[in-house]
Ligand binder design. Structure first.
Ligand code: PGA
Length: 258
């Protein structure tokens, strides 16, 4: 983490965990424990918990995100929620294209792009997830996959339209497996992502783009990850479900770099 242009972000992805009572308890603990001058802190709760968590974190530094949204503003789309609806529920951000959505729910680069368009139109900060599977990595296709996913989601916009966008690099083989990418592996991918974004939208855009790492981030590996120059934060699943571990991640210690 190096560039002062890029305020670090630590985002928690609660996935399909926690009932309302547990959600409110956790949100209140995070609101109370999040430092004034630390990283930007975001929690992505299940859709059912958005409104109660919005109330629980009101007036704090913690921001609220949804884990997905539909691309249409409204309509006959049973089971879906729109970007404007999650905004209305209290969200200022949304996670898009998470690998679990790609893997289990047919999310494609095309739908990610449509969702990105609607999230931006609703004024939400989009966290766009990319990352390769183990088979793709072993087949030396990591960069190719990142290129395709980034181009698929981010081309066709102007850089100023994408000013709020955050990219999350989440190697699928590291998600929920306890197998974190090494700081060097993460840095290599982040640098590639930044270069690809420079090619798509120019150097200034790429220099200001925040790129989060996700995949088994824990209190005991966050400091080393955040020491890498192109890591601007983390997207945390399992370790975001408990206040003590997520607060330790929020309070990461990284050496200052020039
Ligand atoms: P994990 O999940 O931290 O549990 O590996 C990360 C994610 O899916 O965003």
């Amino acid at each position: 983490m190096s560039n002062p242009l890029r305020r670090p972000m630590i985002a928690g992805n609660w996935k399909m965990y926690h009932d309302l009572a547990a959600s409110v308890t956790l949100a209140k603990a995070l609101a109370a424990g999040t430092p004034e001058n630390g990283p930007e802190v975001v929690i992505a709760t299940p859709a059912t918990a958005l409104t109660v968590v919005a109330a629980a974190i009101k007036g704090s530094k913690v921001k609220l995100a949804a884990q997905n949204c539909h691309w249409e503003k409204e309509g006959a789309f049973t089971g879906e929620v729109s970007a404007s609806q999650i905004k209305d529920a209290g969200c200022s951000a949304v996670v898009l294209g998470h690998s679990e959505r790609r893997q289990y729910f047919g999310e494609t680069d095309e739908t990610v792009k449509k969702k990105l368009t609607s999230a931006l139109a609703a004024g939400l900060l989009p966290i766009v997830c990319v990352g390769e599977t183990l088979a793709e990595r072993e087949d030396n296709r990591t960069f190719k996959v990142l290129d395709t996913q980034l181009t698929g989601a981010l081309s066709g916009f102007g850089p100023s339209q994408l000013a709020s966008v955050v990219v999350a690099y989440e190697p699928v083989w590291a998600i929920g497996t306890g197998k974190t990418a090494t700081p060097a592996q993460a840095q290599e991918a982040h640098l590639y992502i930044r270069k690809t974004c420079a090619r798509l939208h120019g150097e200034a855009f790429a220099a200001g783009l925040r790129i989060l790492y996700g995949g088994s981030v824990k209190p005991d590996n966050i400091d080393a990850l955040m020491s890498e120059p192109d890591l601007d934060g983390a997207l945390v699943g399992g370790a975001s479900l408990k206040a003590d571990s997520f607060l330790r991640i929020i309070n990461f210690k990284a050496p200052a770099r020039a």
